[in-house]
Write a protein that binds this ligand. Structure first.
Ligand code: NAG
Ligand code: NAG
Ligand code: NAG
Ligand code: NAG
Length: 963
């Protein structure tokens, strides 16, 4: 349900007057956050128990079961993740809560799962085995001894500073994360445990702020470095800290940063992880070297990642074991190389791969950085096809540890021309996804854990990619406030990524000479207001330019001459008003101005005959000369939309665009829509969002469903009404006249995919569907239905006089949210209930006459022959029932009826002053709905409810949470 609910929430955020919903949604959100916190408390108390028990049981012959250790790690990890979520929650605006809400609920689920897995009836410890156990990737591999040693230093008194050294990919960070997490559990030993990832280059100011943040303190801004250092020194001097600095590359002195020296006396500890021993030595650290994995550990890690298929082929054994040997015990290399051999069972191919790998590693000296790089490069080489390799390299343009959305990445590949041109966009997107899967399968990219449908690059893999991709300058998300000096823009540069920095301006006379530059990524420098006119003058070869989410007001004139430019992305450049003539950009394939501030269409677009992708969804855009379209015969994707009704396109004007696949625009009128939908041009579209008439600012054209029709203020009922496409997935009807029910829209009968329907402010509509006059089978596809402000609506489905109600109407409906339907007295008659068995969420609010939610048609007495029988009303999947501001609501279901809804988790009742009965409790014996978690209700109202069985109140009482 979550998906549909989120989708509708996203959609209705845009409906006019969303405040009330937002406020209520906000409440739900806060409840979810509370829920999450309380779950986490449960988890942590369980964790404490396990740990206490472990302390008693672990001894020299016993060790913690892997499963228990994993569980503890998971429990710890989720703590950290939730902490991050909480930080985001604290700062979230109403609007961003919709997105966060999903995250919060995901985390609730994760905690649930961990909680469930947290019982170990067979004990927590096992006898120590003689040999090493197979260890999965995420867990510690072979570094148990190292960990012990570090742990010994941390808990002992002798060594205040520890340098954990080893080459990239050997597992330094993993070990320290384990230790960090365990330190967190030992609250009493240290006051503060601080983790800061330092990386290259060292930025002292950022380091100072991060350390202060880790101490939960803030440093004053705008002070000089030294003052800040002494302030930090003061703060840290007060506590007994452990400071872990991960991934340090350069020397520095503690004093310059403001870190008081850890000593035996003060008991503080400093741990540094670094690939460079001399960095650790220069600080005076005791060196702990992280050594590669043992042979057994390596073999088992390799097997875990390559898959057990290879064990079926005995001939392979020798080869793969030799291959593992070549991995030199480097966990990352083992994982990545195993990944690249996944699924291969052919002996020749294995032998060939072994030779190649040997070739790769021949020249590397043990212990050098090359050791890991050359092995990773083997996997890269095995990709074989250069376009796939280039796609891989392109990921390194994003910031370190950045979680890249898959859609964005594929789009980037298309923009850079890395995906072969083919007849259609769809085909290119599919190709891109295939490449992405290949990279993910070969472990060169990892699944990102925080966001769905995203990937990330291991930092060492990224380092390797940046080494291979010569002629690049990547300084993404590094806090730059100034653009790199002109001399850094060397002549041979091919790609430059400065995305997501704080660059605020570019010197007026700056004009880098980079004739070979093809890709320049400046997006996300939100403080950038101006680019000097000549900036691009010596970058004539540039193909792909991204300036999204900057605050530029005009594009520099030098853009006009970039004759090789193929992609210009200006998304969310809200300040952008002026764009020079684009007529000379003959190579341009993509012009993306989604949500840019333009009021007029840039001059010269009609000359861009190679354009394939045009997004002019600019809120302020006033009009468009449709003549320009006639030249753009290669367009595959076109979105043209603004808040003005003057910006309209006639269906026939796009018929010349034979390659169009995606079309989002406001059409001329209903007649135009009808004609267009019947045309063969329309039939070839794979995605559309078409609007007719005045619809409130921007609530349509959303990107949630790929086939959307929105109708505003037009006459749509009857034979001559609207012709809807059969495959429409989402329908908006706003202030439309002349129809009594959806059944009046003849063409709806032929739709087969319509899953979301929103009907807003239509005065004349009386019922959602009319079962009397038509079959209305289309409603069985609905998953979400939102009637909003329909003053004459009196029933959801009109079945009056119909002999037998078809048993399964609304059989797929999951979400039903109704607001402001003031004639409705009963939400669902009993007859309708049989169909509603998939309903998961009901929300009813602002309905002035609503008296009951479920009940009999007509007089109750007719249906209850025997005054002692109870009727059950079953909604077996209902999870939430929200009733807000229903001044006449008296009961949830009819007298002597009981709602049976075992999945119900939450019931929320607000402003329903006349409510007396909430029959939710089965009688013999009285029991609450099995999944019930909470009932939100005002104290007085709760006290004034009436109960058939006095026990029912007691049964529900524990769930009540007064508002
Ligand atoms: C919270 O929001 C404020 C104002 O938008 C911003 O200045 C601050 O940096 C944000 N803090 C975090 C932790 O995101
Ligand atoms: C951090 O500081 C805030 C306000 O000073 C305080 O409420 C909070 O409990 C502190 N958190 C920790 C972990 O010390
Ligand atoms: C630019 O690229 C061309 C072709 O790859 C190459 O021959 C030339 O040396 C490059 N120019 C510079 C300055 O690196
Ligand atoms: C533009 O691209 C063409 C074809 O790739 C190339 O021959 C030409 O040198 C490029 N122009 C510039 C100014 O780099």
């Amino acid at each position: 349900m979550a998906d549909i609910a989120m989708l509708i929430l996203e959609i209705i955020k845009c409906i006019p007057i969303p405040t009330c919903r937002c406020v209520d949604y906000h409440r739900k959100f806060k409840q979810d956050v509370e829920d999450l916190k309380s779950k986490l408390r449960d988890l942590n108390s369980k964790k404490k128990d396990v740990e206490t028990q472990l302390q008693a049981e672990v001894c020299s012959q016993k060790q913690v079961k892997q499963q228990v250790e994993d569980w503890l790690q998971d429990a710890q990890r989720i703590n950290v993740e939730i902490q991050q979520v909480e930080q985001r929650v604290d700062n979230a605006s109403f609007l961003s809560q919709a997105r966060l809400g999903k995250l919060v609920r995901e985390k609730i689920n994760v905690v649930d799962v961990i909680l469930q897995r947290g019982s170990f009836p067979e004990g927590l410890v096992v006898d120590k085995p003689a040999t090493a156990l197979p260890l999965p990737v995420e867990n510690l591999k072979g570094e148990v001894c190292v960990k012990k040693k570090i742990w010994g230093y941390l808990t002992g008194n002798e060594v205040p500073m520890i340098g954990v050294c080893g080459i990239g990919g050997v597992g330094k960070t993993t070990i320290m994360k384990h230790i960090h997490n365990e330190l967190l559990l030992m609250e009493s030993r240290f006051d503060n445990v601080i983790w800061v990832t330092v990386s290259y280059p060292l930025n002292v100011v950022r380091l100072q702020y991060e350390i202060a943040k880790g101490m939960n303190e803030s440093l004053p801004k705008n002070e000089d470095e030294q003052r800040r250092a002494s302030r930090l020194m003061q703060i840290m001097g007060r506590v007994k800290y452990v400071l872990i600095l991960d991934d340090v590359w350069q020397r520095f002195t503690l004093k310059d940063v403001g870190i008081p020296s850890p000593t035996m006396e003060n008991g503080c500890k400093l741990v540094i992880t670094s690939r460079k021993v001399d960095v650790c030595k220069s600080l005076g650290c005791e060196i702990v070297k992280v050594s590669p994995l043992s042979k057994e550990e390596s073999l088992s890690l390799f097997l875990d990642n390559v898959g057990s298929d290879i064990l079926q082929v005995p001939k392979l054994e020798k080869i793969w074991k030799a291959m593992v040997k070549e991995c030199a015990g480097l966990p990352l290399a083992i994982v990545v190389i195993a990944g690249s051999m996944k699924g291969v069972t052919d002996v020749y191919e294995w032998r060939h791969a072994l030779n190649e790998l040997r070739e790769c590693v021949k020249a590397t000296a043990e212990g050098s950085e090359d050791e890991i790089f050359e092995r990773l490069k083997f996997s890269y080489d095995r990709l074989q096809e250069s376009n796939i390799q280039n796609c891989f390299l392109s990921c390194s343009l994003y910031a370190k540890d950045y979680q890249i959305r898959k859609d964005d990445l594929v789009e980037q590949w298309i923009d850079e021309g890395l995906i072969e041109e083919s007849g259609s966009r769809r085909a290119m997107l599919d190709k891109g996804r295939t490449i992405l899967n290949r990279l993910e399968n070969s472990c060169l990219l990892e699944k990102a854990y925080y966001y769905e449908d995203s990937i990330k690059m291991h930092d060492v893999v990224r380092d390797m990619a940046l080494r291979i991709a010569h002629q690049v300058m990547v300084k993404a998300r590094m806090g730059l406030t100034k653009i790199p000096d002109e001399h850094k823009w060397t002549e041979n540069l091919e790609k430059v990524s400065l995305m997501q920095n704080e660059i605020s301006d570019i010197p007026l006379n700056m004009c880098p000479y980079c004739p070979n530059l093809t890709t320049l990524m400046l997006q996300g420098n939100s403080k950038l207001t101006q680019i000097p006119d000549h900036f691009f003058a010596n970058m004539q070869g540039i193909k792909c330019l991204n300036l999204s989410r900057t605050s530029i007001e005009s594009l520099p004139n030098s853009i006009s001459n970039l004759e090789n430019l193929t992609t210009l992305v200006l998304q969310h450049c809200r300040q952008l008003k002026h764009v020079p003539c684009l007529a000379k950009l003959k190579a341009l394939k993509k012009l993306d101005m989604f949500k840019a501030g333009m009021e007029v269409v840039p001059e010269g677009i009609d000359m861009l005959i190679n354009l394939q992708y045009l997004d002019l969804w600019c809120p302020e855009l006033v009009e468009l000369s449709t003549q320009m379209l006639s030249n753009l015969s290669h367009l595959q994707h076109m979105a043209v939309y603004s808040k003005w009704t003057t910006l309209r396109i006639k269906g026939e004007e796009v018929r010349g665009l034979k390659k169009l696949e995606t079309f989002q625009a406001q059409l001329y009128d209903l007649q135009d829509l009808n004609n267009y939908v019947k045309s063969s041009h329309f039939n070839r579209l794979s995605s559309y969002s078409l609007v007719v008439g005045q619809v409130e600012n921007g609530f349509h054209l959303n990107l949630f469903s790929s086939k959307v029709i929105s109708l505003g203020e037009c006459e749509i009922g009857g034979q001559d009404g609207v012709v809807l496409p059969n495959d429409v997935q989402e329908l908006w009807i706003y202030r439309c006249r002349k129809f009594r029910s959806l059944s009046d829209i003849c063409s709806l009968q032929d739709t087969t995919k319509l899953r979301i329907c929103l009907v807003l402010e239509c005065e004349e509509i009386e019922c959602v569907v009319d079962m009397v006059t038509s079959s209305s089978s289309f409603i069985n596809n609905f998953e979400g239905l939102v009637p909003d402000k329909l003053p004459n609506l009196s029933v959801v489905a009109d079945v009056e006089g119909v002999k037998a109600t078809p048993p399964h109407i609304f059989s797929n409906l999951k979400i039903f949210w109704m607001r402001g339907c003031s004639r409705m007295k009963r939400l669902f008659p009993f007859e309708l209930l049989q169909g509603l068995q998939n309903l998961e969420s009901i929300l009813v609010w602002d309905c002035q006459q609503m008296e009951e939610i479920i009940g009999w048609e007509g007089e109750e007495e007719n249906h209850t022959a025997d005054a002692t029988t109870t009727t059950t009303f079953t909604l077996s999947k209902l999870k939430e029932l929200n009733l807000w501001n229903l001044p006449e609501l008296k009961k949830i279901c009819s007298t002597r009826g009981v709602m049976v809804c075992d999945c119900l988790q939450g019931l929320q009742i607000k402003e329903c002053p006349k409510l007396r009965k909430i029959s939710l409790v089965g009688n013999v014996p009285p029991s609450p709905p099995a999944a019930l978690k909470r009932i939100w209700i005002k104290q007085e109202l709760w006290e004034s409810l009436e109960w058939d069985d006095p026990n029912a109140k007691n049964v529900l009482q524990p769930f009540v949470d007064v508002l």
